[in-house]
Design a protein around this ligand. Structure first.
Ligand code: GLN
Length: 554
């Protein structure tokens, strides 16, 4: 039985419960333990794949193609364990499983109920995801008091009652607000939140107190008394400038020892080595260089929608002690503008996206970067925009488009495979009622890189793996035409059928690379990602050479 740390939240959401949990996981991993993490989300969607990034932030994709909560991205950036579908479970998934079993007759005539059938299914999913590890962290989405999280809390209560404190630990994260009018930190919301938890049978072992400043010992003592949590287990988690400093803050207060002692893991757990995190913080705080990267997207007021892209850019900078400042630009606002918003940046990234709003702005952005010789990194929709720009403005196919935006396009250079693969060569009409959930090319796939290309040089090998999440593809019927016009096809699927990476030759542009997959999902602060590292290096070179670099290459 894997010892489980259940992480719940109180008072308000968005306190960084996932990051706090991932930071503890990172420390435990740094002590030599085999750690995994999972997220239980109380909403009814079967997965977040169909949810608007406005509401829910990025949809994070795992190796096996699961569309998951963005917290799984934090988990994979903090711990080495690769996660899968099993590590992201929603109420919708639980009910789907239970209803399928009920229809199959598995419950043998019983009345199917929340307790025990739903709670049993939750527990089965927890065991399935955590089996075989030294320790696992299980985060419950939402906050205590939400009606919809009750079955999850009931399930974890049962686990603790049956398995005892050596196999289950409750960690509760709350807010300790500072009331400036009174000049005081207030512990009452924390007291209430714990009271609420206790009313459903859960007594926390550890409290993580989120606050602007460190919570002083006097207040920690007070919280301990009111909540029946030992004083040393009341941990202060103040706001930080550098995300990756949180493991050090938690370790300094002995949080990992509390876990190791309660689970009696002292034999397995070695001394901690947090040097990797210390290096990341040091490189962030003491950069030797700085660049500004424009990210041209659709949800720029809601940067959680591009969480992994933002992190991967920073990782790319970390590896060369370079501070990366992000300039978020709304693609739609560039349409019809003079593109002056892009004049002062050192590199331009167009991330993934869906739908026609802003797509023309992305095409213009790609054109601008190509013509002005600004380093350009296109990801997924950003690659499709680059192909459309090239077809329109270099090949002269004025009506070129993706069929996602124009089904009547005379030159659908990007389309659904089913469209561009018709034997007659005609563009088939898309079925308007096609299912938006579950029809995408998803997850980790291999691709082969072409010798001599920028991509091949950056990755340093011929065959690489990246995660995908898209429906549309580069239309092979335009491959030869585009290649003849100078576009380099630098990566293809292993069976040669799908274009994975396009670039401009280095004689024509200092750094222009666009890929169909999402490399940001595989970037970690430990290693960074070769494409992001290369992109930031190109941005630095442009900056070092001054703007005339563009002209010099012309
Ligand atoms: N909308 C495009 C497609 O479905 C791109 C998707 C993406 O950028 N993730 O192919």
């Amino acid at each position: 039985m894997t010892p489980l740390i259940f992480v719940t939240g109180g008072v308000v959401s968005s306190l960084g419960k996932g990051i706090a949990a991932a930071s503890l996981a990172a420390i435990l991993e740094a002590r030599g333990l085999k750690v995994t993490m999972m997220k239980l989300d109380p909403y009814i969607n079967v997965d977040p794949g169909t949810m608007s990034p406005f509401q829910h932030g990025e949809v994070y994709v795992t190796d096996d193609g699961a569309e998951t909560d963005l917290d799984l991205g934090h988990y994979e950036r903090f711990v080495r364990t690769r996660l899968s579908r099993k590590n992201s479970v929603t109420t919708g998934r639980i009910y789907e499983n239970v209803i399928r079993k009920e229809r199959r007759g598995d419950y043998l005539g019983a009345t199917v109920q929340v307790i025990p059938h739903i709670t049993d299914e939750i527990r089965r999913c927890i065991d399935e995801a955590t089996e075989g590890f030294d320790v696992a962290l299980v985060e419950i989405g939402g906050t205590v008091g939400d009606i919809e999280s009750l079955p999850f809390l009931e399930a974890i209560r049962q686990v603790r009652t049956e398995r005892g404190p050596e196999k289950a630990l409750f960690m509760h994260l709350t807010l300790v607000p500072y009331i400036s009018a009174a000049g005081e930190l207030k512990t009452k919301p924390t007291q209430h939140s714990v009271k609420e938890l206790r009313s459903i049978g859960i007594q926390p072992d550890v409290l993580l107190c989120r606050s602007e400043q460190a919570v002083p010992d006097s207040e920690r003592r007070k919280i301990a008394q009111f909540t029946n949590v030992s004083e040393r287990a009341v941990i202060s988690v103040p706001d930080v400038d550098v995300l990756y400093s949180i493991p050090m803050g938690l370790h300094a207060q002995g949080l990992d020892d509390i876990v190791v002692n309660q689970f009696k893991l002292a034999d397995k757990a070695g001394p901690v080595d947090l040097s990797m995190w210390e290096d990341a913080v040091d490189a962030t705080l003491n950069p030797l260089d700085a660049v500004t990267i424009a990210v041209v997207g659709k949800y720029v007021d809601h940067q959680d929608a591009y969480k992994s892209v933002g992190e991967a850019l920073k990782h790319g900078g970390l590896r060369q002690r370079t501070k990366v400042t992000l300039k978020w630009l709304e693609a739609q606002e560039l349409e019809g503008s003079d593109m002056a918003a892009l004049a002062d940046v050192d590199g331009i990234l167009v991330p993934g996206g869906f739908g026609d709003r802003g797509f023309e702005g992305k095409v213009l952005t790609s054109q601008y970067a190509r013509e002005h010789k600004v380093p350009y990194f296109g990801i997924c929709y950003g690659m499709q925009a680059a192909v459309v720009d090239y077809a329109r403005h270099v090949l002269g196919l004025e009506g070129a488009n993706s069929t996602e935006n124009d089904r009547q396009s005379p030159d659908p250079v990007i389309g659904l495979i089913t469209e561009w693969r018709t034997a007659s060569g005609d563009v088939e009409k898309r079925d308007d009622k096609s299912d938006l959930g579950g029809t995408m090319r998803l997850g980790l796939q291999e691709q082969r890189l072409k010798p001599g290309t920028l991509a091949r040089e950056l990755y340093g090998k011929d065959v690489v793996e990246e995660r995908h999440r898209h429906r549309y593809e580069f239309n092979n019927r335009y491959r030869t035409q585009l290649e003849d016009a100078g576009l380099v096809i630098a990566g293809k699927s292993m069976d040669d059928t799908l274009v994975e990476v396009v670039e401009l030759p280095r004689s024509a542009h200092p750094w222009f690379l666009a890929c169909q997959a999402h490399p940001e999902f595989l970037s970690t602060p430990r290693a960074g990602h070769p494409l992001f590292i290369g992109f930031i290096r190109a941005a630095r070179e442009r900056k070092a050479a001054g703007q005339p670099l563009a002209e010099a290459h012309a």
